[in-house]
Design a protein around this ligand. Structure first.
Ligand SMILES: *Cc1c(COP(=O)(O)O)cnc(C)c1O
Length: 378
């Protein structure tokens, strides 16, 4: 069995080596390294792919979240509701801006925001909700948008893990994840579904005024050269990274199909085992692009299982091992453990298997065979 990796970027690179080298060479020869034509071209192509009016490239996905909250004009003391079970970046930027993060529990099947828990925490100071499309699966956006509308709240979609996923409304209308809320944000971290060869990120919006505000904020609050109207940041997508992303963008749907195929094979082979809960998909087959393939493991020792699989050369990941409300940086004496029952439980159960675009049927068969064997002898 060839080397199994959690994420294999090497095989993907080999497929695009030639066009990529040409694009990168063109950027280097043009010497337009900052905000040059390569960045604009990628921006236009991503706008067309997503069906969104404005893409604002920036330096990484964490910046994108921060810039989104700055663009909405939130003020210290304003509360922002987000999930207890996500990567820390989401809550980090809320705290960094002096806003108040309000963490809520997630759904045990989808791992996404529990909308009832969100509704219960909306108060006079609540200004925004950040749904995270975790592991590549879209949050149920229709009821979430209705809830936000009722309470006049902004919605910022953290779409770092679900670029290319499509949400279907009850009317049958489809929209790309990240283009439904007031602002969507994403990350082009190398291991994300659309990954650069370094850092990168972007914001999406259909609102012209908001887009204008965000374009200034990413560039030192400048709307006219050397006139600084608001406090901004310096957050740019590198032109060489834009060349990488623009080479990969036409392949994104193919990449996501490869992930879905791998996920379907895993599920077929693992779903009958009672110690293993395979990922639940709440929408149609376009609603989940499997950034991660995450199982819930019950009745066996997960740490031991990780070791057993490691001995067979199979890497695994635990995303995420600690609820955000239990992290030192984000604990709050007002938090009540009984409000986080699901997160407290799933952090002990989740186990992510290798997931990338280059997985072969043989590798998946091997991983599943060893996993079932390890569970039985755990
Ligand atoms: C990766 C990720 C981010 C942060 O993106 P960076 O580009 O690494 O800053 C934010 N939110 C989620 C859910 C992520 O997975």
């Amino acid at each position: 069995m060839e080397n199994i990796r959690m994420v294999d970027l090497q095989g993907q690179y080999q497929q695009i080596e030639k066009p990529l080298s040409e694009k990168m060479k063109a950027v280097i020869e043009s010497t337009a390294f900052i905000n040059g034509p390569a960045v604009q071209e990628f921006q236009k192509n991503l706008e067309a792919y997503l069906g969104v009016k404005h893409v604002i490239p920036c330096a990484n996905g964490t910046d994108a979240l921060q810039i989104a909250l700055m663009g909405l004009g939130l003020k210290p003391g304003d509360e922002v509701i987000t999930a207890d079970f996500t990567f820390a970046a989401t809550v980090e930027v809320i705290a960094l801006l002096g806003l108040t993060p309000v963490l809520v529990d997630v759904d045990p099947q989808t791992f996404n925001l529990d909308l009832e828990a969100v509704a219960a925490r909306i108060g006079a100071r609540t200004k925004a909700i950040i749904p995270v499309h975790l592991f590549g699966q879209t949050v149920d956006m229709e009821p979430l948008m209705a809830l936000a509308k009722t309470h006049q709240l902004y919605v910022v979609e953290d779409n770092a893990q679900a670029i290319g996923a499509t949400y279907t409304f009850s009317s049958g209308e489809k929209q790309k994840a990240g283009t439904i809320g007031d602002i969507g944000t994403t990350s082009f971290f190398p291991s994300k579904n659309l990954g650069a060869y370094g850092d990168g990120g972007a914001l999406f919006t259909n609102d012209d005024a908001l887009a204008h505000a965000l374009r200034g904020i990413v560039n030192h609050g400048m709307y006219q050269r050397y006139h600084h109207d608001v406090v901004g940041v310096n957050s740019r997508l590198d032109a060489l990274q834009a060349a990488v992303l623009d080479t990969k963008l036409p392949l994104l749907d193919f990449y996501n199909e490869r992930r879905k195929m791998a996920a379907a094979l895993y599920t077929e082979r693992l779903q009958a085992n009672e110690a293993i809960t395979t990922p639940h998909r709440s929408g149609d087959c376009d609603s989940h692009v499997f950034h991660q393939y995450t199982l819930k493991i019950k009745g066996v020792d997960r740490d031991k299982l990780v070791q057993q699989l490691g001995a067979f050369g199979i890497p695994t990941g635990v995303y995420y091992p600690i609820p955000l409300h239990s992290q030192k940086a984000y604990t709050d004496p007002d938090y009540n453990e009984s409000d986080f029952k699901v997160t407290n439980q799933i952090v002990n159960e989740v186990l992510s298997l290798p997931m990338h675009t280059e997985l072969t049927v043989e590798q998946i068969d091997y991983i599943c065979e060893k996993l079932l064997h390890s569970v039985a002898s755990n």
